[in-house]
Design a protein around this ligand. Structure first.
Ligand SMILES: C[S@@+](CC[C@H](N)C(=O)[O-])C[C@H]1O[C@@H](n2cnc3c(N)ncnc32)[C@H](O)[C@@H]1O
Length: 131
């Protein structure tokens, strides 16, 4: 498996608490810009990125990094310290300017490499059922 970054996150978020509702920019590399053709027609996008600042891999974690939260398997959480360091977030596309996508709701830190962008479809948004 060989993944290459298609772009990078530009965000003022420097810590977990800053992420989320901020407006961020995804700077798509020029060689991939053609792949953005007609993306303005979409409102909700899925962004796949790399947790490049992760401190490692842990198979059991305290959710939200809080030791008061009971340990859970990493695949039962959204922890950045996972084996393949892949993050996934649904964002709202605010506007596009050339190779720049202005988005809202991206919880990725500045400099996060982006490995894919795709429109959110109804299938992604099915209601989450309770156990
Ligand atoms: C709980 S994770 C969830 C990320 C994504 N929505 C997901 O579910 O895969 C979000 C947190 O990851 C951390 N984070 C974001 N980008 C990161 C990066 N590039 N490296 C390490 N940690 C990062 C931030 O602290 C952020 O609040």
């Amino acid at each position: 498996m060989n993944f290459v970054p298609i772009g990078y996150v530009r965000s003022n978020a420097v810590a977990r608490k800053d992420c989320g509702e901020l407006e961020s920019v995804i700077e798509v590399l020029p060689e991939f810009e053609e792949g953005l053709y007609s993306i303005e027609q979409e409102r909700e996008l899925i962004i796949l990125y790399i947790f490049h600042m992760s401190e490692g891999i842990a198979l059991k974690v305290h959710p939200k990094g809080n030791p008061k939260n009971p340990l859970r398997g990493v695949f039962a959480t959204r922890s950045p310290d996972r084996p393949n360091h892949i993050g996934m977030t649904a964002v709202t596309l605010l506007r596009r300017q050339g190779n720049l996508l202005y988005v809202k709701g991206l919880d990725a830190l500045d400099g996060s490499p982006v490995i894919d962008i795709k429109p959110a479809v109804r299938m992604d948004q099915r209601p989450i059922s309770q156990k």
